[in-house]
Design a protein around this ligand. Structure first.
Ligand code: SF4
Length: 375
């Protein structure tokens, strides 16, 4: 039995928080219907055995229709009633497209094009089956989210040298392909886990890892066999491809994206990732402008990087995603490869100073960013 965190209740006394997270607020009070359930009730007008370009064409048509569909549904009393799923739905179309994409994987911008259906592995080393590391009611997430029904997948599209979860993100599978940390789970089993979390009192189902992107197909399958009216939350590094984002936009109610670096060279050195800034900001903006728009951006302040990364990141957030709340995080610790190769990573081999965190938070304040209720 979980104990309530007092700030997870008092935060809702803040009218600005309610205003920016209005649909989420109503959803946790069962006054709205989760977006994935609406996507399950929207019929398609196409044969699902059509080729991929034709499936995408239908997807684009429904994606254009979805915002007015949800708006209409939200109006009036009807919004409290969960609509009946239809036989061939928008969600089923998404599942079909994701299954096709798995054969030449491009869920994230690495675009490995491996046939994961046939057992090939790309950079993330996640195969066809999702590997679940753990699932529990998380009381340590941001105020508005707890208790959060968190499902951790093994595997990640990044290779962060300072990763605190490296045993589940990078070292969960050995060179022979053997899984060392986590258990393969079917979508039906994961739906059962999500259902149990909802019954225990979760405010949301929090898809995370490692990173959840590699399991996009599995998560869409879970949603197809799940029917609880609960917020779906995407907790991610946001390095998805445009196609990956398109599959998610209509089904996620809440976004919890990281925004780590403003400098691509530093991103490459830290996370072995190319083109970080343009991809991450493109996707966060997509979720803000075309998705639910309800989000908390997480920015981890790094040692010696306040001016190079934190300031431009906060400036971008203030200008480009004004509805977002921002968690300005001060818990960076040197871990993983930073600890193993101290000289190579001497510049980040320390925690941040109190002064650095103050500079970061003062900047957020100066830019009128809503950070206090979630930091
Ligand atoms: S999810 Fe990304 S890293 Fe993993 S196989 Fe697909 S494209 Fe590659």
């Amino acid at each position: 039995m979980w104990r309530t965190r007092p700030d997870s209740i008092s935060v809702w006394k803040n009218p600005e928080v309610i205003s920016r997270l209005n649909r989420y607020y109503q959803l946790i009070h069962e006054e709205k219907v989760a977006r994935y359930l609406l996507a399950k009730a929207l019929p398609i007008d196409i044969d699902l055995s059509s080729d991929l370009p034709t499936l995408w064409e239908e997807h684009e048509r429904l994606a254009r229709e979805f915002p007015s569909y949800i708006q209409e549904y939200d109006k009036g009393n009807e919004a409290k009633i969960v609509p009946k799923p239809v036989e061939s739905s928008f969600l089923e179309l998404k599942v079909t497209i994701a299954d096709e994409m798995l054969k030449k994987c491009c869920f994230c911008e690495r675009k490995c094009e491996k046939n994961r259906e046939e057992g090939e592995l790309g950079v993330c080393r996640v195969g066809k089956e999702a590997v679940v590391n753990s699932a529990f009611l998380h009381m340590g997430e941001e105020t508005v989210l707890v208790p959060s029904g968190t499902i951790f997948f093994s595997g990640c599209t990044f290779k962060c040298v300072f990763c605190q979860n490296h045993s589940i993100s990078q070292e969960w599978r050995n060179h022979d392909g053997k899984i060392l940390d986590g258990v393969e789970r079917s979508p039906q089993r994961i739906a059962g886990i999500a259902g149990a979390l909802a019954r225990e009192g979760a405010r949301n189902i929090n898809w995370v890892g490692g990173d959840p992107t590699s399991n996009l197909h599995a998560i869409l399958h879970v949603l197809l066999s799940f029917d609880v009216n609960i917020c779906q939350l995407w907790n991610s590094n946001m390095f998805l491809s445009v196609e990956g984002m398109k599959l998610l936009i209509e089904v996620m109610d809440f976004w919890l994206p990281d925004l780590k670096y403003a400098n691509d060279d530093f991103a490459k050195r830290m996370s072995k990732i190319p083109n970080y800034w343009s991809v991450a900001t493109r996707n966060i903006k997509m979720a803000h402008d075309h998705g639910s728009g309800e989000m908390i951006v997480r920015h981890l302040v790094m040692p010696g990087r306040v001016k190079a990364d934190t300031y431009p990141i906060l400036e971008w957030c203030a200008k480009s995603i004004p509805n977002a709340l921002v968690n300005v995080m001060g818990q960076y610790r040197p871990m993983h490869k930073v600890q193993r190769h101290r000289e190579k990573y001497a510049d980040i081999n320390r925690g941040i100073t109190r002064e650095e965190l103050t500079w970061a938070r003062d900047k957020a304040e100066e830019l009128d960013i809503l950070w206090r209720p979630v930091s």
